[in-house]
Design a protein around this ligand. Structure first.
Ligand SMILES: [Zn+2]
Length: 108
């Protein structure tokens, strides 16, 4: 039932207002590859968010850049608080590939 409601909401909010909603990551596919999520340590004074998934979801992903490196940040909002974790920091634009795979549901 919950899955059905989530699917309904995802479709509805995409249809209701395309201008307000951002990217929605696809549900994880069978056999998806888990990413290595680590606790988010402040390693740079300035982090630029290049892209992010929609704030209407409980889990929000962001493709971030700092000091010539890129990584994906995951923010999980739960009743107990917010948990933030990150992938490895990749040189150059190498994080764009896992970012695309994450949006398609192949990694997560
Ligand atoms: Zn949304």
């Amino acid at each position: 039932m919950l899955r059905r409601l989530q699917r309904f909401w995802r479709v509805e909010c995409a249809v209701a207002d395309d201008n307000w909603h951002g990217l929605h990551a696809a549900p994880l596919k069978d056999g998806y590859e888990p990413l290595d999520w680590r606790s988010a340590d402040p390693r740079a004074q300035r982090v630029r968010v290049r892209s992010h998934t929609c704030e209407c979801e409980r889990v929000v992903y962001a493709l971030c850049r700092a000091g010539g490196r890129m990584f994906i940040r995951r923010t999980v909002r739960a009743a107990g608080g917010v948990e933030v974790s990150e992938t490895d920091w990749f040189a150059g634009v190498r994080a764009e590939r896992p970012w695309g795979l994450l949006l398609e549901g192949f990694v997560g």
